[in-house]
Design a protein around this ligand. Structure first.
Ligand code: F58
Length: 839
């Protein structure tokens, strides 16, 4: 691997003109035609846009495959590889990103133009592989991008869901979920590998026996066995020859047909097993919270973990390794607790299958795994009812009991007589019902445990993982999240990226922290500011065009684009934003001369289908929009938009168009946030609480370039301890009272006084997420934002400084920290230095 940039122009003498690898416009054009005819079976005359898209995708893929072959070879030869285990990956559309990372945009544009095609239209034709709920899955995708770019041997392991996260439609202001059919037109990026398949046992019982050497053994007699088949997608690094491998497992029946049953006349029974087996990888759970009692979910987790570990053992063997050196070969990251069953499964494979003794197997296991926690919400910590666990994974329950027995013995020695602590640390919750605690299993079975932002890690150590921190302080560390500057700047915001490159050179794409800081000196340059403004304006016009196409709402691109896009959740407080809109609306109606800039408030995000209050928040926003958007008194001064179906693809359109980024979660609730980083990296100012990574963003960009408000995490806890009485805010704050009374009067619900009562009631009686407590300071910060926007020169300065100082939030930085402090894995580069452009 030599990190050579792919050749860029027709003149380059080292270009190989091979049909499948050539990077000249002519070679690319010829391959597109070839793929159109021989893969897509179409002639140009009758080809549809989808045919051309497919032909182009295969053409780009051809150029990835050669690199991929080399990467797989290196993977087998490398000393240690990173395996990222995640139940979710949200890579976003592949085509644009692959063209960019391969450095073939200009030639491809030329090639498609010669065929009479518009490259950008083909790129935006691609749908979204929605194999994740939100940021957790997206983080996994950014990490693969960085690992590939830093030339680290990497495999991302997950599930190839047939149906990903639902598509969201809005009807009469309500969310409607529509099945996501991402595979309907085929998937040109994946390579099916029927020969890479593993058997995964499920259910049944265990029995003991003595082996030939007279040793006591346990055997698992499963009720059924499903097969997992590898589906591979190459993830290219940026301007390097390395690609990471995304290997997703699809479940199938071992036998596709039960002939016995068929011959006996049980025609439907004959395919039952097939249907049940295929169900496992059928659909992604669209929940914000774990789902105790969902057998299928537990089966999904075990299914992909077992396939992945068996695969790692096979690859290790291919390279001449033996199971006893597994931990030297792999660093395996558990992305939250969804893959935590891996701890017990690796023990089973090592002890039951490879006959390694328990103590050594445990050492290997702990050296192999590390665990990332993504949430502090107690209700989101995964635990499985014991009877269910035993039913699905009887052998694993025994293994967990044994891990627990040994673990608690150690704890007893460390804290003699402290039975309360023992109870809290146990892998088994012993309440009225018994549960397996997955976070405890992950913590015991890992050598490193990390939170995803400084505040989150601190709170983790103080609250949900306090006992573990006291027991194993050396295992805890923080790795603040980051996002890929390739997808989230270069690809989605070419205008701004061009300006940055002109100013500081192109190094910032891979080495953002050092290089992009050079932008600071342009913050006071009038001509640069003007160019910056024009780019933002263009991005806003583009978003305005899409808003009008999708919602019919016409917005003013000169207005302040105030945007909140993320999953809809009470703790993220989209309804606090809504209260501000109502306040602004009332003020504008009452005082038409009010000196505030015109504003367009844009929301986007999906609500979990079973989360009634989140769905009501969507209806609330749309109902406010219905009233405000047609009121001539505020026309052109205030508009409200709910942009349907927020996903990676739409995000690429939305982040670059933002002026103001809403990061307004109740302090202490958002683990990190990564949307906050995407906005700021695209020149938006943040209005936010001191929550998650907002704290570090504010430190980085400077408090004067960040609009902070609200209670701190500690103040929230103190307020609750003292006894929070939200109705007092209502009674004491006249404006708040007016807003809430207006909602209650049915003003936004065509006279229906009951519709929003559940929302209002919660705010006045309990207000778990402290909206009313934070309301006055939020309004103040919003006023400040409005005033600041009126002074355009200053606003542009702050926008430029935000970008200049955000270099540390590249996922390359996060990955380097994982490499240095957790994984201890070297780059594939011959030099042995870790990563591309590392100082
Ligand atoms: C998110 N979690 C955190 N979970 O909420 C966010 O603060 C953080 O930035 C991000 O992880 C990355 O660290 C999150 O997205 C999920 O989507 C889970 C999916 C499976 C069910 C439970 C929620």
């Amino acid at each position: 691997m030599n990190g050579r940039h792919p050749p860029k122009s027709d003149e380059n003498p080292i270009v190989r003109e091979d049909l499948r690898t050539g990077l000249t416009a002519e070679a690319i054009k010829n391959d597109i035609l070839e793929n159109l005819v021989y893969v897509q079976a179409r002639i140009p005359k009758i080809a549809t846009r989808n045919d051309w898209y497919m032909a182009l995708a295969y053409t780009v893929r051809d150029r990835l495959l050669e690199r991929w072959g080399m990467a797989i070879e290196s993977l087998q030869q490398s000393s240690r590889a990173v395996c990222y285990l995640s139940a979710e990956f949200l890579p976003g559309p592949h085509l644009g990103n692959a063209i960019l990372n391969l450095g073939m945009y200009e030639q491809t544009k030329e090639a498609t133009a010669r065929l009479g095609l518009d490259l950008d239209a083909l790129i935006s034709h691609e749908g979204e592989p929605g194999l994740g709920n939100g940021e957790l899955g997206r983080l996994a995708a950014c990490f693969l991008d960085s690992l590939a770019t830093l030339e680290i041997p990497t495999i991302g392991y997950g599930i190839r869901y047939e149906f990903g996260i639902f598509d969201q439609e809005i009807h009469d202001g309500w969310q409607r979920e529509v099945t996501d059919k991402w595979l309907a037109f085929g998937n040109p990026w994946e390579i099916v590998r029927p020969e890479i398949a593993y058997y995964v046992p499920l259910g049944g019982y265990t029995e003991t026996y003595y082996d030939r050497l007279g040793r006591f053994r346990v055997r698992w007699v499963p009720e059924r066995v499903v097969k997992g088949i590898a589906h591979d997608t190459p993830i290219p690094g940026y301007h390097v020859e390395n690609v990471a491998l995304l290997r997703l497992w699809k479940s199938e029946a071992c036998e596709s047909f039960d002939f016995q049953a068929f011959n006996e006349g049980d025609y439907y029974g004959a395919v039952e097993d097939k249907v049940a087996s295929e169900t496992i990888s059928k659909v992604l759970y669209p929940n914000d919270e774990p789902i105790p009692g969902k057998e299928l979910r537990l089966s999904q987790q075990f299914f992909f973990v077992s396939c992945s570990l068996q695969d790692m053992i096979r690859v290790h063997r291919l390279g001449g390794g033996v199971p006893a050196t597994f931990d030297r070969r792999y660093a395996v990251q558990l992305n939250d607790t969804h893959p935590a069953i891996a701890v017990a499964e690796l023990m089973r494979l090592l002890v039951d299958k490879q006959r390694i003794d328990w103590e050594r197997a445990w050492e290997i296991t702990r050296n192999t795994f590390s665990y990332t926690n993504h949430t502090l919400l107690p209700e989101a910590l995964e635990k499985w009812p014991l009877p269910l666990f035993r039913k699905v994974l009887p052998r694993h329950l025994e293994i967990i009991f044994e891990i627990n027995r040994r673990f608690l013995e150690d704890v007893r020695l460390t804290y003699p007589g402290d039975s309360e602590r023992l109870r809290r640390l146990s892998l088994i919750e012993e309440a009225d019902d018994r549960y397996v605690r997955m976070a405890n299993l992950a913590a015991v079975g890992s050598h490193a445990i990390n939170g995803v932002a400084a505040l989150h890690t601190d709170l983790l150590k103080e609250t949900v993982m306090r006992d573990f921190y006291e027991l194993y302080p050396e295992r805890f560390l923080n790795v603040t999240n980051g996002v890929s500057p390739r997808r989230w700047m270069l690809l989605c915001n070419p205008g701004m990226s061009g300006l940055i490159t002109d100013a500081v050179g192109e190094n910032w794409v891979c080495n953002s922290q050092d290089s992009i800081a050079g932008l600071e000196s342009f913050a006071d340059d009038g001509a640069f500011r003007e160019a910056w403004r024009k780019v933002k304006q263009g991005n806003k016009m583009e978003l305005a065009r899409h808003i009008s196409e999708r919602t019919g709402i016409v917005v003013n691109p000169e207005s302040l684009f105030d945007i909140q896009v993320k999953r809809i959740h009470e703790y993220k407080r989209q309804h606090l934003n809504a209260l501000h809109i109502i306040s602004l609306y009332i003020r504008l109606k009452r005082t038409p001369s009010l000196d505030v800039p015109p504003r367009t408030v844009i929301f986007g995000g999906k609500a979990a289908p079973g989360y009634a209050r989140a769905k009501l928040i969507i209806k609330f926003i749309n109902s406010i929009a219905d009233v405000v958007n047609i009121d001539p008194d505020v026309a052109d001064r205030l508009k409200v938009v709910f942009f349907p179906d927020f996903n990676v693809k739409n995000g690429q359109l939305i982040y670059p168009a933002a002026d103001l980024s809403e990061q307004i979660s109740t302090a202490g609730k958002e683990a990190s946030g990564t949307g906050n980083m995407k906005f700021s990296l695209n020149g938006a100012l943040t209005i936010g609480t001191l929550d998650g990574a907002n704290v570090e963003i504010r430190e980085a960009v400077g408090p004067e370039n960040f609009l902070v408000f609200g209670l701190t995490a500690r103040e929230v806890t103190d307020l609750k301890m003292r006894g929070y009485r939200p109705w007092e805010s209502y009674e004491q704050n006249e404006e708040l009272r007016e807003i809430i009374d207006l909602v209650r009067s049915g003003f936004f619900s065509r006279g229906d006084r009951d519709l929003f009562e559940p929302l209002v009631n919660e705010l006045l009686s309990r207000d778990e997420y402290c909206l009313l407590a934070d309301y006055p300071s939020y309004l103040e910060a919003q006023e400040k934002a409005g005033k600041a926007y009126l002074v355009q020169g200053q606003w542009l300065r702050m926008s430029i400084l935000n970008v200049a100082r955000m270099g540390g939030f590249s996922s390359d930085r996060s990955i380097r920290e994982y490499l240095d402090h957790i994984w201890k894995v070297d780059s594939l580069k011959a030099s042995g230095s870790r990563g591309n452009g590392r100082p």
